[in-house]
Design a protein around this ligand. Structure first.
Ligand SMILES: [Zn+2]
Length: 489
């Protein structure tokens, strides 16, 4: 057994925990998230002015846009002035796979501008994934961000972490940032090294989920980082095998929304394998942030952690105007101190709500993304679907089912009542895998009721015996919870 971990419950306990770890105690004076809102704003404004200078001089995309928009970048002196700047869309970014957003070399500061790393965001118009570049300066800043982030999420230098993100043929942030954050905080790192094969590559270089399960036991791993649905499947398999997972006490369940019911389920299974208190964090990450914003308490908000690096805004979907704290809208990110790929008011593609209020749990003053719908942080905008003529929020629908006892896997399929008739009524199917011994009739009634309450649609329930029909961790990165099979109009 490792030492038991107890999640600090209030700002005093958080400070006590920070002071118990020399590295975090020494970092603390430089940690802007604990400073006053005014100090944070002052730093953000002065960083923004320098960033605007860099964009004017070195950004191929923005120096052209400033002329086109008739905006003098020097007139943008405060984060409030940003409201004068038009939004940058995903389409803008994808138009040349992100190339024109990378700053040119600054020959007066070569060391800061050396290209160091590239990760890719999925989804483009041409099929070529868009590139997101980090220079040496950005990588050093990432290291600092990770120290701050690990501190928010209670990861400690003594932790033994397993990286369960897949080693994929396209570099995503999950696999690479996990080793980086572990390194930055001085943790010991083990690897699952799973993933999908590179088509045509002659050898299988990946390891299996089974090997990861065995390593978690034998290497005394106490923390996991990976995609939420993958970690959960691993835990389910380990539970069936009666493994000793008593050391596990911290889970970074990332890459997709992990609603409350899913966390409760994972915790219960871990406790069946001997675990005690388990902190399950669904930090909110995306490529343009290069990190995941950490929770200091489950569901308590996703802390940006480093307000000197990002400025977040929530804007109205229709008008593009900034929305007040607490009101949901489109998330935008502005980089305040970067050298590689730099974005201004970039629409990330999620609907979220933010707050600048002091966090009651930890006492930090950085911006936090808060729960706006169900029990998860963001709804991808593309997940607003029209079914039977009604705009539905896929997140509310998922949340309703994921928080239901007895459900082990699930998937919504939006299809047509008659497959051979594209004009027949839309049909909402819900495939469900169940725990042993569950009363299916009763569960069916509960699910129908919950989904109806969430999205005003009655689902047709189909029980599935083989869970890999819903999600096969060997084939896909994450479980697809909603599939739209209707013919394109
Ligand atoms: Zn907090």
């Amino acid at each position: 057994m490792s030492k038991a971990f107890q999640v600090p419950k209030n700002p005093d306990e958080v400070m006590k925990w920070i002071n118990s770890i020399p590295m975090y105690r020494e970092d603390h004076p430089y940690d802007l998230s604990f400073k006053s809102p005014q100090e944070i704003l002052d730093v953000q404004n002065s960083k923004l002015q320098k960033q605007m200078e860099r964009l004017e001089k070195l950004s191929p995309f923005y120096r052209e846009k400033f002329k086109e928009w008739g905006i003098d970048p020097k007139s943008i002196k405060t984060v409030d002035d940003l409201e004068k700047v038009p939004l940058t869309s995903k389409a803008d970014f994808m138009a040349d796979a992100g190339e024109s957003f990378k700053l040119d070399m600054d020959f007066d500061n070569i060391m800061e501008y050396i290209l160091y790393d590239v990760t890719y965001t999925t989804g483009t118009t041409t099929g070529m994934p868009s590139r997101f570049y980090n220079t040496t300066y950005d990588m050093f800043m990432l290291s600092w961000m990770f120290r701050v982030g690990c501190k928010i999420g209670y990861l400690e230098p003594d932790d033994i972490l397993m990286n369960l993100f897949p080693f994929h043929f396209i570099p995503h942030i999950g696999f690479y940032r996990t080793w980086h954050f572990a390194a930055a905080a001085g943790m010991t790192l083990a690897f699952g090294f799973t993933g999908a094969p590179l088509p045509g590559f002659p050898h299988n270089i990946h390891r299996s989920m089974q090997q990861a399960i065995e390593d978690i036991e034998t290497k005394k791993v106490n923390a996991l980082s990976g995609i939420g649905s993958y970690i959960r499947r691993l835990i389910m398999t380990a539970e069936e095998q009666g493994r000793d997972f008593s050391r596990l006490n911290k889970i970074q369940a990332l890459g997709e929304p992990v609603p409350q019911g899913m966390r409760i389920d994972m915790r219960r299974r871990l406790q069946n394998m001997g675990a005690e208190e388990v902190f399950i964090s669904n930090a909110f990450g995306f490529t343009e942030a290069q990190t995941a914003f950490q929770e200091c308490t489950e569901l308590g908000g996703a802390h940006t952690g480093v307000p000197e690096v990002y400025f977040l805004e929530v804007v109205d979907e229709e008008t593009g105007k900034r929305k007040p704290d607490g009101k949901p809208g489109l998330l935008t990110i502005t980089h305040l101190d970067r050298r590689g790929t730099c974005l201004l008011r970039y629409l990330v593609g999620d609907i979220v709500a933010i707050t600048h209020e002091t966090c009651p749990h930890c006492g930090r003053n950085d911006a936090r993304i808060i729960i706006a719908v169900g029990s998860t942080y963001g709804t991808r905008t593309k997940e607003l679907l029209k079914v039977k003529g009604t705009l539905i929020n896929a997140e509310s629908m998922r949340d309703a089912v994921a928080n239901t006892e007895g459900v082990s896997e699930y998937q919504f399929i939006i299809t047509k009542e008659r497959k051979d008739d594209p004009y027949s009524m839309d049909l909402l199917k819900l495939k469900v895998g169940v725990e042993k011994g569950v009363d299916r009739k009763k569960l069916e009634a509960i699910l129908i009721d919950k989904v109806q309450r969430a999205v005003e649609l009655r689902p047709k329930i189909e029980f599935v015996e083989d869970l890999s029909q819903i999600f096969s961790p060997d084939e896909t990165l994450k479980a697809t919870r909603v599939i739209d099979e209707r013919p394109m109009e």
